[in-house]
Design a protein around this ligand. Structure first.
Ligand code: GAP
Length: 461
């Protein structure tokens, strides 16, 4: 397996996230809840930017998409129709030896195969070498009850994907959206899966956010649209700065396909633990609309007003993780370098993803510089997220901004007090240019919308 030769490791990302307030262990004061995370200030801003860029690309810049925000709790019949009640399971094996740990049987076999071993050989516990139980199918849906009585009739599930909220609203959307296939419905929201082996920080958790599109097309156009969406989604990641050689498409083999899918390709990213799924792009055929039509007895087909042809649209589904995407953007942006004998850690984030776009800093905390810097900051923050920072030496303040990925520093110094200019410091090149204070906001806005490529070298093997 190819692993990055970058300086980045998952431990460094976790430590930066905690140090700079991006992401914390959930319920930390109680010892933490396993594999559950809370987003702090910069984490909220970064993940919001990831979602905003997704909305911009899939909705704002297209004519063939509408938005939806469906409830997390859905009618239980949804999950019968979708196949999740019967089929959304993972094969679970438990150690019968000392440690009693639970494992996903398929993951254990994949790991053996990746190391050149025989995946069909009998398994032992990777932790203590103990015997493992026979595999048993474990349903990943979280279950709860609605109302005061906890009987079978009150049982509901936390949705394991946002997709089903889209399918059950297909008819509503068709009625008001004035769209005809090919068109899509896009949604961002939380999903929940009782994963057997969560891990790798926010890569696999039990509560996570998805950014999903169900794109409805005439059946004959499904293969073409599948390819178009793979191309579009790959470009989205590279346009936002992920290096192309850290992304690849991987087609699912027949036995790996989900119960609903006739073809799926994953966009994989070269995470520190190796190539892993970032986004799935499935051709779901007419499976979902046909199932929901049967279970709900509602007609979920489409009649072409031009030809009178009646058909059930096929569905292409680009399904991305907002948390997993945020992690990939951070991993790809993480860098370390020596500057004048000191190590500098920085996130070379695309400026549009950066939580803060510019920090306005007085060089010294006197001589009118803080007041002047504050006035520039107050103007700038009307146009973009900015920070005003007077705490500590200028070097320390730059280091803090580098670590949170702020692309530009605006420094007010003694010359600023004489000629009303400031210096603009570029996070990536460290270049400093002097410009009139009155031009700062326009100049930064121009840079924010300019094309951007990561200055990091190609590293993948
Ligand atoms: N509706 C299709 C669907 O949910 P999926 O491949 O199971 O497909 C889509 O999930 C994406 O959701 C994944 O590529 C990943 O980015 C994200 N995702 C899935 N399970 C996750 C988990 N346990 N933790 C974080 N993200 C997850």
């Amino acid at each position: 397996m190819s692993t990055p030769t970058d300086a980045v490791t998952m431990d460094k990302i976790v430590s930066l996230c905690k140090r700079r307030g991006f992401i914390f262990q959930s319920s930390e004061i109680y010892g933490g809840l396993a594999s559950t995370y809370d987003y702090g200030h910069y984490g909220v801003l970064l993940k919001s930017n990831v979602k905003a860029e997704w909305w911009r690309a899939v909705l704002q810049e297209r004519d063939d998409m509408v938005a939806l925000d469906a409830a997390i709790l859905m009618h239980p019949r949804t999950w019968e129709a979708s196949g999740h009640l019967a089929g959304f399971t993972d094969p679970l094996v438990q150690c019968l030896g000392k440690c009693k740990k639970r494992w996903r049987e398929d993951h254990l076999r994949e790991a053996i195969e990746a190391e050149g071993g025989d995946p069909d050989a009998p398994l032992v516990c990777p932790e203590c070498g103990g015997e493992l139980s026979e595999p048993r199918n474990f349903n990943l849906m979280f279950e709860t009850h609605m109302g005061p009585v906890q009987d079978e009739g009150s049982q509901v599930f936390l949705r394991p994907e946002t997709a089903q909220g889209i399918f059950v609203n297909f008819k509503n959307v068709m009625q008001f959206a004035r769209k005809r296939p090919p068109f899509g419905i896009a949604q961002v929201g939380k999903s929940f899966r009782n994963e057997i082996t969560p891990g790798n920080f926010i890569f696999r958790t039990r509560e996570f956010e998805q950014m999903e599109i169900e794109f409805f097309v005439p059946p004959a156009q499904a293969p073409e649209w599948h390819q178009r969406w793979m191309d579009e989604r790959l470009s989205w990641y590279t346009d936002l700065g992920i290096r192309a050689d850290h992304l690849r498409l991987r087609r699912h083999e027949g036995d790996e396909l989900s119960h609903y899918s006739s073809a799926t390709s994953d966009i994989e990213y070269l995470f520190p633990m190796g190539w892993s799924e970032l986004e799935g792009i499935a051709n779901r055929g007419d499976f979902d609309l046909t199932q929901h039509a049967e279970y709900s007895r509602e007609k979920l087909d489409y009649v072409d007003p031009g030809t009178g042809e009646r058909y059930v649209p096929h569905v292409i589904e680009p399904s991305a993780g907002a948390d997993r995407g945020t992690l990939a953007f951070m991993v790809d942006a993480y860098d370390e370098e020596q500057v004048e004998g000191r190590e500098r850690v920085l996130l070379r984030l695309h400026p549009r993803l950066a939580p803060v776009k510019a920090a306005v800093l007085p060089l010294v905390n006197k001589d009118g510089q803080p007041e002047k810097a504050r006035a520039i900051y107050e103007e700038l923050r009307k146009r973009m997220p900015a920070e005003f920072d007077t705490g500590g030496s200028i070097g320390k303040r730059y280091r803090r901004q580098d670590e949170i990925g702020t692309p530009w520093g605006v420094t007010v110094d003694h010359q600023s007090m004489e000629d009303d200019t400031v210096t603009l410091r570029d996070r990536d090149s460290l270049e400093q240019t002097r410009i009139p204070a009155a031009e700062v906001a326009d100049e930064l806005e121009r840079r924010l919308h300019a094309e951007w490529r990561s200055p990091k070298p190609v590293t993948a093997g």
